[in-house]
Design a protein around this ligand. Sequence first.
Ligand code: APR
Ligand code: ZN
Length: 253
Amino acid sequence: MEEKLMETASAWKKARRVLVFTGAGMSAESGVPTFRGPGGIWNRFDVEKAAYLQSFLTDPRPFWELARELMLKAEARPHPGHYALARLEKKGYLQGVITQNIDGLHQKAGSREVYELHGSLDRLDCLDCQREYSWEGISGEVESGEVKCACGSKKVKPRIVFFGESLPREVMDRSMEIAGDCDLLLVVGSSLGVFPAASIPQLAWQRGAKMVLINSEKTYYDDMFNWVFRKSAGRVLPELEKIILGGEQEENN
Ligand code: APR
Ligand code: ZN
């Protein structure tokens, strides 16, 4: 692994514009369940009932059951991999993070340029009276499974992208723009199976960016990558940071 780390770190230091694209595997070491693979959420929840907009509007209870699982995200803390990305951004080695995750962990770790393709759990709106809620504000009700607005409506919807909904236009456009212009893109913790999000790394690859994959399991798109780490995000990212910034710290001494 040593040689691969050195090669990746050197490509990272030479690159002018670096992007990281993350999925649920990036949050796994913060105790947040992934969707697929061993113990994945979709092995335990019926995706049609819990994550489609139409089903949510008909009966939101299966989503709130899933949300209790996602509640881990509210207490979850960033792990060393999140902090490594935030420090690399601060030192100018990372342009931004494009994430499929809705847990806000990149921002909690200090990342500033974060593009949330699937929205985020931390704000909710009543679809009937437009009242706004924070996740903290309703977490007690999520526990009970009966989330209701002060107006009596049960249609309190988090600002996440349900299946059957389109992704936020401006976030998708901006993500495609920077992905098409970057010269190194790292994919961390994603099975790359959900579109249009997964088309973003493909665009970078088509435009000639160098590609790095840090993912515990094989994906359909492994061949797209110059370097593949079959290791955890929480381990590889801090090691890359150490080589990239460590050298700099030596230069400063
Ligand atoms: N480090 C690196 N990779 C990991 C780790 C880890 N610690 N733990 C798990 N992984 C890998 C798994 O092997 C898997 O390939 O992360 C990947 C997570 O894949 P998914 O669970 O499919 O998550 P993701 O790719 O983000 O799913 C995309 O699907 O259900 C929708 O909206 C949901 O945003 C989600 C989208
Ligand atoms: Zn209301």
